[in-house]
Design a protein around this ligand. Structure first.
Ligand SMILES: CCCCCCCCCC/C=C\CCCC(=O)SCCNC(=O)CCNC(=O)[C@H](O)C(C)(C)COP(=O)(O)OP(=O)(O)OC[C@H]1O[C@@H](n2cnc3c(N)ncnc32)[C@H](O)[C@@H]1OP(=O)(O)O
Ligand SMILES: Cc1cc2nc3c(=O)[nH]c(=O)nc-3n(C[C@H](O)[C@H](O)[C@H](O)COP(=O)(O)OP(=O)(O)OC[C@H]3O[C@@H](n4cnc5c(N)ncnc54)[C@H](O)[C@@H]3O)c2cc1C
Length: 648
C-alpha cells in the first residue's frame, strides 16, 4: 500500500458506526476521567499523547504494509523502530517509564527490545559500582547493543544444569568462555542473532578446577568496527517463530573465547587476581533481572488483554448477526449472553490485571530498593508473588485472548483483525522468564513454608495472613444469602481466602502425609505437583464460576451459594455490557497501536477490512503469475478432455 494510502488508512473517520456511537452516548461515567486513572494521572495521559504524536509521525510506526512483509523486512523494520526509540531516548533523555511507554506504543515490536528490558537492567543490578561506571554509559549511548544470554539449547528451566563454562586463567588474568557441547550453545536470547555486539552470558564459573555455580559475564560478540563475529564466536538467528519475528532470537557458540577477569559481574561475587573466589550478597541475587522481567510481564499481560478486549467489544457491538425473534432486526452480537461470556471476562480481567501489576510493581520497587541497600529480607516473598502472578496472568491472558478471537468469527481469523497476531505475540508469555508450571512451583514452595509457620503459630509473610485468619471448619460458614451479598467485595475476598486456605493447607497436608509415609521429599513433591500448582494459582465472580470445583470441593461455598454466585456473575455481565464500549474506550488505544480493522475507533469495520485486503500481495495483479505457470495448463487440459468426451 503506498505511503499516502497508508496514512489515509489509520486517519480517524468523522463517520462513526451508529451502533458504536449510540453505545458511547449512553456511557454512565466520564471516560476521560477513567483514562487518567488507567494512565496513572492526567499528566501521564498528556505524556502518552505526546509520545503517540512523536511515534506515529514516523511512517515506520504506522506499518500497515506489515501484513505482507517478508521476515527480513520485518526484522529491518524492527531494527529501525529500535533505533528511532533509542535516538529519541538519548535526545529527549527519557526515563524508564517513558521508554517503556514508547515501547508499548510500538507494541514492543522492536528488534532490540532486550537492550532496555534486560541488558541495561542486568548491568544496573549485577555489576559492581566500578563496572557500572564503565559499562552503563556504553549501553545507554548504544555503543554496546546487548542481550541476556542464559537459556541454552539443552536447558532453559534448570539453571543449575546450564553447561556454558567460564574458566579462570590466572596466567593471563582472563576467563575462557566455552560451549562444551551442542546442547550448551546459547539458544533463544532476543537480539542475539544479528543485532547485538555484546552479551551478558550466564556460565558455570570454574576456578582451579572447582565449579562455583552460575555467574554473569560480559562477553563481546561482534567487532565494534564492522560487526563481524569476534574470534571463537559463532552466532546467528534461530529461525522464524509464531510471531515476534522482528526479534532476532539467536544462538551463540563460544570456543575458547577470552575475556578480561574484570568482565565477570562482580556485585554479588568475584574472582581475585590470585584466583580466590569471593561470594557477596544472597545466593540468588544474580537472579534479580529475572524477577524484574516477571514484573514487566504482568504489565505486558494487561496491555495485550486490553488490546484484545477493545477489539472484541467494539466489533461485537458493530457486528449484527441473526435475530432472537424472526422478522426482528438482527441483534448486535454482544447482546447474546454467550458473547458476553466470551468477551467480558477479558474486559474485567484487563482492569483487574492493571491494578494487580501496579500493586506488584510497588512491592518490587520497595524490595529492590531494600536489596540495593543490602537488605534481602523480602526477596523470597517478592520471588513468590512475581512468580505466581507472572504465571497466572500470562496463562489467563493467553486463554482470554483466544476467546476474544473466537468471538470475532471468521474475521477474527484475518491478519487484518490484529487479534491473531496479538494471540501469537502474547503466547510466549507463559514460557519466557520462567515457564509457568515451574514458577507456580516456586510460589508453592514458599506457600508451604508459610503453612509450616502458620501451623506452629509463627508470624507469616504479609500477603499470607489468611493462613492465620481462616478457620479450618469443614462446613461453609460464609454469609452469602442473596445476590447483593455476591457483589460485596469483602465477602468475595473472604470466599477466595477461605478457598485458598483450604487448597493450600490441603496441598500441604497431602505433601506431609506422603513424606510421613516414607516417600522421599522430591517424589512426594512430584506426586502432588498439580495440587501444589493449584495452591499457587486464582479474579472475582468469574474466577469462582470458572473454578467451581475448588469452591465446592472445599468447605467454602454450598451448592446453593455457588448458584447465587453464578446468577450474580450473569447479572454483573449484563450490567457491564451496558458500559462495555466506554470501558474499552477508556484504554484510549490509538488505532495505530491497536492495529485492527475490527477494533478501530470509528467502527467502520467493513470499509477497513476491504481496504486492507487491497494490500494483500496476491492482489498486485488481477491474474496471478501462478495462473500462467500452473492453472492455465490445468484448465486447457480439462477443456480438451471434455471436447474429446463429447465426440465419443
Ligand atoms: C503487547 C504485546 C506483549 C508481548 C510482549 C513481547 C514478549 C517478548 C518476549 C521476550 C521478553 C523477555 C525476554 C525473556 C527472557 C528470558 O526468558 S531470560 C531466561 C529466563 N529463564 C528463567 O526464568 C529460568 C527459570 N528457572 C529458574 O529461575 C530456576 O532454575 C528455578 C527457580 C526454577 C530453580 O532455581 P534453583 O536455584 O535451580 O533451585 P531452587 O532450589 O528451586 O531455588 C533455590 C532457592 O532460591 C530461591 N530462588 C529461586 N529463584 C529466585 C529468584 N529469581 N529470586 C529470589 N529467590 C529465588 C528459591 O525460592 C529457593 O529458595 P529456598 O531454598 O526455598 O529458600
Ligand atoms: C519468545 C522467547 C524469547 C526468549 N528470550 C530469551 C532471552 O532473551 N534470554 C534467555 O536466556 N532466554 C530466552 N528465552 C528462553 C526462555 O527463557 C525458555 O524457553 C524458558 O525458560 C523455558 O525453558 P525451555 O524452553 O528450555 O523449556 P524446558 O525448561 O525444557 O521445559 C519444557 C517443558 O517441560 C516442563 N517442565 C520443565 N521443567 C519442569 C519442572 N521443574 N516441573 C514441571 N514441568 C517442567 C514444562 O511443561 C516446560 O514447558 C526466550 C524464549 C522465547 C519463547
Amino acid at each position: 500500500m503506498a505511503a499516502a494510502n497508508r496514512d489515509a488508512f489509520w486517519a480517524p473517520s468523522s463517520k462513526v458506526n451508529p451502533d458504536l456511537a449510540r453505545e458511547r452516548e449512553s456511557a454512565t461515567f466520564d471516560v476521560r476521567e477513567l483514562t487518567h486513572i488507567i494512565d496513572g494521572s492526567p499528566d501521564r495521559t498528556k505524556r502518552r499523547k505526546e509520545l503517540e504524536n512523536l511515534l506515529y509521525s514516523e511512517p515506520v510506526f504506522r506499518d500497515v504494509g506489515r501484513l505482507s512483509m517478508e521476515r527480513d523486512e520485518i526484522y529491518e523494520q524492527g531494527v529501525l523502530k529500535s533505533i528511532k526509540l533509542f535516538e529519541w531516548s538519548r535526545k529527549y533523555k527519557w526515563d524508564d517509564d517513558d521508554f517503556e511507554l514508547a515501547s508499548r506504543l510500538a507494541n514492543h515490536d522492536i528488534s532490540m527490545s532486550l537492550q532496555h528490558a534486560m541488558f541495561i537492567p542486568a548491568i544496573e543490578r549485577l555489576a559492581s559500582d566500578t563496572q557500572k561506571a564503565k559499562w552503563l554509559p556504553r549501553a545507554l549511548h548504544y555503543e554496546m547493543i546487548g542481550t541476556y544470554a542464559q537459556t541454552e539449547l539443552g536447558h532453559g528451566t534448570n539453571l543449575m544444569e546450564l553447561e556454558t563454562t567460564a574458566t579462570f586463567d590466572p596466567e593471563r588474568n582472563e576467563f575462557i568462555m566455552n560451549s562444551p557441547t551442542v546442547t550448551s550453545m546459547k539458544w533463544w536470547p532476543g537480539a542475539l542473532g544479528k543485532s547485538s555486539n555484546t552479551a551478558i552470558v550466564l556460565a558455570q564459573l570454574i576456578v582451579k578446577g572447582k565449579n562455583h555455580g552460575l555467574h554473569p559475564f560480559l562477553v563481546p560478540l561482534r567487532s565494534m568496527e564492522d560487526h563481524t563475529p569476534l574470534p571463537g564466536i559463532s552466532v546467528g538467528d534461530i529461525g522464524p517463530k509464531m510471531a515476534l519475528n522482528c526479534i532476532d532470537n539467536g544462538f551463540l557458540i563460544m570456543k575458547n573465547v577470552r575475556i578480561p577477569r574484570e568482565n565477570m559481574f562482580m556485585k554479588n561475587a568475584e574472582v581475585t587476581r590470585d584466583g580466590r573466589f569471593i561470594s557477596r550478597g544472597v545466593d540468588k541475587a544474580n537472579y534479580a533481572t529475572m524477577v524484574l522481567v516477571r514484573v514487566k510481564i504482568t504489565r505486558w499481560a494487561f496491555e495485550s488483554l486490553s488490546d484484545g478486549a477493545t477489539t472484541a467489544v467494539r466489533y461485537s457491538v458493530v457486528r449484527r448477526q441473526s435475530s432472537l425473534k424472526p422478522g426482528e432486526r438482527e441483534l448486535q452480537v454482544l447482546d447474546y449472553q454467550s458473547q458476553q461470556y466470551k468477551v467480558l471476562p477479558a474486559l474485567a480481567a484487563s482492569y483487574a490485571f492493571l491494578m494487580t501489576n501496579r500493586s506488584l510493581h510497588r512491592l518490587y520497587d520497595s524490595v529492590h530498593a531494600d536489596i540495593m541497600a543490602g537488605n534481602t529480607k523480602l526477596l523470597a516473598e517478592l520471588h513468590c508473588q512475581s512468580s505466581a502472578l507472572k504465571a497466572y496472568m500470562s496463562e489467563v491472558v493467553v486463554q482470554l485472548l483466544e476467546l476474544c478471537r473466537q468471538a470475532c468469527g471468521g474475521h477474527g481469523y484475518l491478519a487484518s483483525s490484529g487479534i491473531g497476531l496479538l494471540c501469537a505475540s502474547s503466547a510466549p508469555l507463559v514460557t519466557v522468564e520462567g515457564e509457568n508450571s515451574v514458577l507456580y512451583q516456586q510460589a508453592a514452595r514458599y506457600l508451604m513454608k508459610q503453612v509450616a509457620k502458620a501451623v506452629v503459630g509463627d508470624p507469616v509473610a504479609s500477603g499470607f495472613q489468611y493462613l492465620l485468619t481462616q478457620s479450618s471448619s469443614d462446613r461453609p460458614d460464609i454469609r452469602i444469602q442473596n445476590l447483593a451479598d455476591c457483589g460485596n467485595l469483602d465477602t468475595l475476598l473472604q470466599v477466595y481466602q477461605r478457598m485458598a486456605f483450604s487448597v493450600v493447607t490441603g496441598a500441604a497436608r497431602k505433601l506431609q502425609m506422603a513424606i510421613e509415609s516414607g516417600v522421599e521429599q522430591h517424589v512426594a513433591w512430584n506426586n502432588n505437583m498439580v495440587s501444589l500448582i493449584q495452591a499457587a494459582r486464582f479474579y472475582a465472580l468469574h474466577g469462582i464460576a470458572k473454578e467451581a470445583g475448588y469452591f465446592l470441593a472445599t468447605p467454602t461455598l454450598t451448592p446453593d451459594q455457588f448458584e447465587l454466585v453464578r446468577a450474580a456473575e450473569l447479572q454483573a455481565m449484563a450490567k457491564v455490557r451496558h458500559d462495555a464500549v466506554p470501558l474499552v474506550d477508556a484504554f484510549d488505544l490509538h488505532d495505530i497501536c491497536l492495529h485492527s480493522a475490527l477494533g478501530c475507533y470509528d467502527g467502520n469495520v467493513y470499509e477497513r477490512l476491504y481496504a486492507l485486503a487491497q494490500t494483500s500481495s496476491l492482489n498486485k495483479t488481477q491474474v496471478h503469475p501462478a495462473y500462467y505457470k500452473h492453472i492455465r495448463g490445468l484448465v486447457k487440459d480439462g477443456q480438451k478432455q471434455l471436447r474429446q468426451q463429447s465426440k465419443l
